[in-house]
Design a protein around this ligand. Structure first.
Ligand code: PRX
Length: 651
């Protein structure tokens, strides 16, 4: 996409009012929404301060709502609280103590239900165990786990003792674990022997062992959940089975009070450089916004079964499987495995058997369901569903309509939620009982969120003009910094429009104020709703001895949204035939399977500007089979001609 001028061609005429019966029972109806917006407009500090007092259980009241020294924000300073107590202890003296907090289903079909009281007991036991290992407030703990209840337990136990967790998605490689563990100097890693995925064991402990072999000197202990019963190597000095560790622990653990700004977790995400960045979230503000948005956007009710299909390894799982729904006292369903195992109807089978009411997934999954065929949906009674959500990438209107029709029976409102790892919670989204939805648009900013679309000078653009998506005022769940690199935080998010947060997305606003997200305008691509830095993949490729230079771009993909295409020049003029496959595997080893290039194209040279910058824009055009855009800055036009010729040859 051209950085200076962003064009959008999508026009959508279909509109859907919130169904009257939904609106009548909604946590936020049109009046309530207006009331919230008015209150914010009158006095943002009073808006946030009152909400924080009402929603959170404070051990000590805060004295200042916001301290803003751009670009660094502190929220609710002077206050003290414990985020795990917000999720658990607060419910124990209510009827909810015997309500299901987590309903978990493993891929092989095994199930566990934990009530709030049981979850509290398990979290306390593990908090005691971590303290027994010498973990103290402020120490970082890495989690590399399958989607099992112990993952949620470990997250909450870390929060309870004030040890920031760094969850590393189970699909990342040993190399990626090492990079993240070393960046944050984690003291402990929690993992499992393995996890189930499409009937196979993903050997997590092996990857941790490999990561620790050549580095990660800060790690003193490794805790291993027994899940798949595969044989694992064992280091008696360092490794502990989860069960042995928690076995003798008390189910009581007094939650300590931490400052509002105590770091709650670090979560690594891709940016514009070769190295992932550790996004830091803190306690009170994050807790407040994930709680509120769970109630507002998901309209959570006490008898709902709510299912977010994300993995806790991503921000969506942090905010909307664990912290948000549990603070609200909801029943949050967790599923371990693949959506098409043993058959492509697995998700709908789960919805039917558990009577799921709210279902939150990614557009890439919806497109896969469309491709797999309606017969898998039709086999199941989905009549319990009352609300549907999407997240992670723009949803194409066709997929939105299919979702509404086939999954929602044309009755369920759809909330298309735009947000990011950095924003902590939903930013732009319909309120299902109040907002008129349009297929493909995340609609309006939520109350309290000053999102806008601006031109390159920072001025708001007119209706239907493309621009940059920004957030003009701090919000409680914003990231506070990049771990160990405040400069990168400043440059990455506040380097372009002064004190205004730059999200990295292009967008436009239509005449009704609906915001249409057009995708990343930086060197970040979005494959199946997961953010990948093109530079990260390029550095992985050039670390292979056969590669001289590499440029990575995205091409549109029907299911994944985007697919990774790598253009590579080699040291050797005639590389072996197997090199393409070797390089794909090399990227998997360096980063993980999600970054595997769909295609590797060998080329004698890469198109560059006269100053030597690789012109990825042209490569993206070639990869997508489009006409190439403006080539006036190209140094050597013959390079492009060759690439085009080859592309034709390949087709
Ligand atoms: O480009 C936007 C896209 O995903 C990016 C954030 O990725 P990540 O930090 O991994 O978080 C994903 C889950 C919150 C954004 O910059 N994105 C996310 N949600 C949407 C979206 N694009 C369009 N519509 C959405 N609803």
């Amino acid at each position: 996409m051209n950085e200076d001028k962003i064009e959008s061609i999508l026009q959508e005429e279909r509109k859907f009012e919130p169904p009257a019966d939904f609106a009548a029972q909604a946590n936020v109806d049109a009046d309530k929404l207006q009331e919230l917006r008015d209150k914010y407009e009158q006095d943002p500090d009073a808006f946030w301060g009152d909400l924080a007092r009402e929603e959170l259980v404070w051990d000590e009241e805060f004295d200042t709502v916001l301290e803003w020294e751009p670009p660094f924000a502190k929220w609710f300073t002077g206050g003290k609280l414990n985020v795990s107590a917000q999720c658990l202890d607060r419910h124990l003296d209510t009827w909810r103590r015997n309500k299901a907090a987590i309903i978990w289903e493993g891929e092989p079909g095994d199930q566990v239900t934990l009530t709030y009281q049981q979850l509290h007991a398990e979290v306390c036991r593990f908090a005691n165990a971590l303290e027994g290992l010498g973990v103290e407030a402020g120490d970082r703990v890495a989690l590399y786990m399958p989607m099992v209840p112990e993952l949620a337990i470990a997250v909450l136990a870390c929060a309870r003792i004030g040890a920031p967790h760094s969850v590393i998605f189970g699909g990342f490689s040993a190399q990626a674990i090492r990079e993240r563990v070393e960046d944050a100097d984690c003291k402990v890693i929690i993992t499992a022997d393995g996890g189930w995925r499409r009937g196979e064991v993903i050997r997590l402990k092996d990857a941790v062992d490999e990561a620790l072999e050549k580095g990660c000197d800060s790690v003193e202990d490794v805790v291993v959940v027994r899940r798949t019963e595969n044989k694992v190597d064992w280091n008696n000095e360092r490794d502990h089975w989860w069960d042995d560790l928690v076995g003798g622990q008390s189910t009581h653990h007094e939650p300590k009070s931490f400052d509002s700004e105590h770091p709650l977790f670090i979560l690594y995400t891709s940016g514009t450089t070769g190295k992932p960045k550790g996004v830091v979230h803190t306690s009170a503000g994050y807790a407040l916004w994930t709680k509120l948005t769970s109630r507002w956007v998901f309209d959570l009710k006490d008898d709902d079964v709510y299912w977010c299909t994300a993995d806790i390894g991503w921000i969506t799982g942090h905010s909307y499987i664990v912290y948000g729904p549990l603070q609200e006292g909801a029943t949050s369903l967790m599923y371990e495995g693949a959506p098409n195992y043993p058959k492509p109807d697995r998700f709908w089978d789960i919805v039917e058997r558990h009577g799921v009411n709210t279902f939150y997934t990614a557009p890439t999954a919806i497109r896969a369901f469309m491709k797999w065929g309606e017969e898998h949906v039709d086999k199941h009674d989905l009549s319990t569903l009352r609300l549907l959500g999407t997240v992670g990438e723009p949803i194409n209107p066709e997929a939105w309509m299919w979702y509404r029709d086939k999954i929602g029976n044309n009755e369920c409102p759809i909330v298309d939620t735009w947000w990011q790892t950095e924003t902590g919670g939903h930013m732009i989204s319909p309120m299902p009982g109040a907002t008129t939805t349009v297929p493909g648009s995340a609609t309006h900013p939520l109350p309290g969120i000053e999102a806008d679309v601006v031109d390159k000078d920072g001025n708001s653009v007119g209706a239907n003009e493309g621009g940059f998506l920004v957030i003009k005022r701090p919000w409680p769940s914003m990231l506070r910094t990049v771990y160990g690199n405040p400069e990168r935080y400043k440059q990455g998010y506040f380097g372009r429009f002064g004190d205004i947060y730059f999200a990295g997305d292009g967008a436009r606003k239509d005449e009704d104020g609906n915001i249409w997200i057009m995708g990343r305008i930086d060197d970040v691509i979005n494959v199946s709703g997961h953010r990948l830095g093109t530079m990260e993949i390029e550095s992985a490729l050039v670390s292979h001895p056969a590669v001289a230079e590499a440029a990575v771009v995205a091409r549109p993909d029907e299911i994944k949204g985007q697919a990774v295409v790598a253009f590579v020049t080699t040291e050797d003029d005639e590389p072996p035939r197997s090199l393409g496959d070797d390089l794909k595997q090399h990227v998997v080893d360096e980063i993980g399977v999600i970054a595997r290039p769909a295609e590797i194209r060998f080329t004698p040279a890469l198109p560059k500007t006269r100053s030597g910058k690789i012109m990825r824009r042209l490569l993206a055009d070639i990869a997508a089979g489009r006409e190439t855009g403006d080539t006036t800055t190209l140094e050597d036009a013959s390079v492009l001609e060759k690439l085009k010729g080859e592309a034709k040859g390949q087709a």
